[in-house]
Ligand binder design. Structure first.
Ligand SMILES: *Cc1c(COP(=O)(O)O)cnc(C)c1O
Length: 454
């Protein structure tokens, strides 16, 4: 039997991040200023982002060097392992080879630390003392709290209220690392107070929490804002995942036929997939790239490719992306990290141009796949990551039908040790599916800003 775990030595860790903007057949349209409607320039972003990250957001250079200070912290858990899921293959009785890259080995328990560390580093280097952010399920808040702790920055986190109550231990973790955490909508900001007065019991959403974090950062000279997904520089930082995985697949002696990742804002998808997208775009590799989302929040599969705000209050630039509408309020599904109304412009463009494809799964099917994976491989996956597992299992079963020995690679973006209440609900038969009703989607999309994407 071939290897189960394919490892890289520390010295084999990537020295540069890969920027897909160098290879895309069609670049996304520029972000637009929320007030003037004109393309956003570097100066518009300086109120909340450091210059170095703004440059990374806009550059078309193929390779961006990873600073040694960042690599030193990456070495706490990187390179992360690539596993061959022999036992899952056997359970599925499939001729397919299933590999997964495991990002749950990071101290934060997910891939999010890959970008939290460089974001804290570049802010610190430019004299910033404090970062604000939003968090859904809490993984991003935990990652940023840890990264701020490493570089001696203060950290304030606006956490979506439903998750604040559903996932209390993530707040504990943020506080261990010294962050201040507010349930959003909160009384701390004008945006939060406005929502609370209209709807005192609002469960919150990422769109609302972003409004709060941006408002807080824009109002203070010593404070910047950090976003855990969606933006180009975030996906850039995450490409360490795919660069390592490509080396590891080569060591294992296989190249994937299909690469799969779950997709909330697109960062773990971009992270694993973009280096393979490079092979597809620049070297004619025949590889399928699949983004997986919840059918309760089906941004890529049922949303509209349009300019939309990143937040509810309309403080962020308009981004060209697949969107369900900035006011879309997703149901409280357990994959909190996949409840965003929009998506990365880079991922959206690739799906729009047919370079990548998208699929949606119901949460009961997702949890069923998660349990099967846990019982075969011994790892309890994050509910978000389990969307990728559900899709990988579907591909493996299709391979069995077709008698085809294809190679599947997916991203296990995090572990689910702090999501056990969700598993309890599933095992007690209390989870429901919430396929998005057509009328609700139409209502939300009817309120999109009237800006032509051409
Ligand atoms: C946040 C999160 C996601 C979703 O975010 P992306 O930016 O789409 O990657 C997926 N998996 C885990 C474990 C997460 O924490």
């Amino acid at each position: 039997m071939s290897e189960t775990k394919i490892l890289l030595a520390e010295k084999e860790m990537p020295t540069h991040w890969y920027n897909i903007q160098a290879d895309m057949p069609q670049l996304p349209r520029p972000p637009l200023h929320p007030v003037t409607g004109k393309p956003v320039g570097p100066d518009d972003l300086k109120a909340i982002f450091p210059t170095s990250l703004i440059e990374q957001e806009m550059t078309r250079e193929r390779w961006v060097e990873i600073p040694e200070e960042v690599r030193e912290i990456y070495r706490l858990w990187r390179p992360s392992p690539l596993h061959r899921a022999h036992r899952l293959e056997k359970a599925l009785d499939t001729p397919a080879r299933i590999f997964y890259k495991y990002e749950g080995v990071s101290p934060a328990g997910s891939h999010k630390l890959n970008t939290a560390v460089p974001q804290a580093y570049f802010n610190k280097k430019e004299g910033i003392k404090r970062l604000t952010t939003e968090t859904g399920a809490g993984q991003w808040g935990v990652a940023l709290s840890q990264a701020c702790n490493f570089f001696g920055l203060e950290c304030t986190v606006y956490m979506v209220k439903v998750s604040y109550h559903q996932k209390p231990y993530r707040r504990s973790m943020m506080e261990i690392f010294g962050a201040k955490v507010y349930a959003s909508p909160s009384e701390q900001t004008a945006a939060g107070r406005r929502i609370l007065s209209a709807e005192p019991d609002s469960p919150g959403s990422l769109g609302i929490a972003i409004s709060e974090a941006v408002e807080d950062a824009a109002g203070r000279e010593d404070t910047n804002y950090a976003l855990g997904s969606v933006l180009n520089h975030v996906l850039l930082h995450q490409t360490v995942i795919g660069l390592e995985a490509r080396e590891q697949m080569a060591k294992a002696g296989y190249y994937p036929d299909v690469v799969i990742a779950c997709c909330g804002g697109g960062s773990n998808f971009g992270g694993l997939v973009f280096p393979f997208a490079h092979d597809k775009l620049a070297r004619e590799a025949k590889v399928r790239l699949v983004a997986v989302e919840p059918s309760a929040c089906p941004t890529l599969t049922r949303g509209k490719f349009a300019y939309d705000y990143g937040d509810v209050a309309g403080l962020t630039p308009l981004l060209p992306m697949y969107t369900l509408g900035a006011e879309f309020m997703p149901p409280g599904i357990h994959a909190g990290g996949l409840r965003y109304h929009g998506d990365s412009p880079l991922v959206s463009q690739l799906v729009h141009d047919g370079v990548a494809e998208a699929r949606a799964f119901n949460q009961t099917d997702v949890f069923q796949s998660a349990i099967m994976f846990a019982r075969s491989e011994g790892i309890v996956p994050a509910p978000e990551s389990a969307h990728a597992i559900a899709c990988a299992i579907q591909e493996a079963l299709a391979a069995r039908e077709a008698g085809e020995a294809k190679t599947i690679l997916f991203n296990l973006s995090g572990h689910g040790f702090l999501d056990l209440p969700s598993y309890d609900a599933y095992l007690a038969g209390k989870l429901e599916d919430y396929p998005l009703p057509e009328e609700e989607l139409a209502r939300s999309l009817s309120r999109l800003p009237k800006v032509d994407l051409g």
